[in-house]
Design a protein around this ligand. Sequence first.
Ligand code: PGA
Length: 236
Amino acid sequence: MLVVLNHKMNFTLEEVRDYKKIIDQYKLKDIELVICPSLVYLPLFDTKNYNLGSQNVSCYENGSYTGEVSASQLKSLGVTYCLVGHSERRKYQNEDGLLLIEKIKRLLEVNITPILCIGETKEEKQDNKTNDVLKKEIDLLSSFSKEELSKIIIAYEPIWAIGTGLVPSKEEVMYSVKFIKDTLTNKYQVTPQVLYGGSINADNYNTFKNISNIDGLLVGGLSLKVEKLKQLFENE
Ligand code: PGA
């Protein structure tokens, strides 16, 4: 079970140092942990007990792109996973499908596992368009080879559930995860690992974790509560 902690744009240097002290004591049993701190803090984390993930990557290889961070730079810091297409980046940075494909290419070139985030808005859900939205995202992956596709992880993140405290039912998650897996299998003959993300908290963590067809969790708000996570992980 993969558990990806997305810190988003949180913590000062002092706070992140305190966080690290606690996370370094975690005793993980069946969890493969991925920590995605703010990019500036990546060098503070080591990779002994957990994996390092990035929240973003440039679509360019290297060179004169002020403010960008390349896949090979991430690689040199020990990063092995990277979020792509998180709904906050799509919304606030106007990231679109074509850009995301370029980012995934850069990551695969240096052997970093892309975690592609897909999911429907509240309106799309109300209009019964969830499957259409998911299918459209999956169709965008047609330029990748089977081998490349087998290295991409999908995170199913209903946009209406991110940071809102609202969550889909267990059945709804199972249904969408099955749809994602079946669609990729039928179209590309590749069955991806699929994570669930969106308002996972200490109370519902176990419910989501135990959904039979998911391969892991993508955690936002809860990832900042390092002591709570410690309890959850140690009670596995
Ligand atoms: P949340 O965020 O857990 O705070 O809803 C999830 C995410 O943005 O991936």
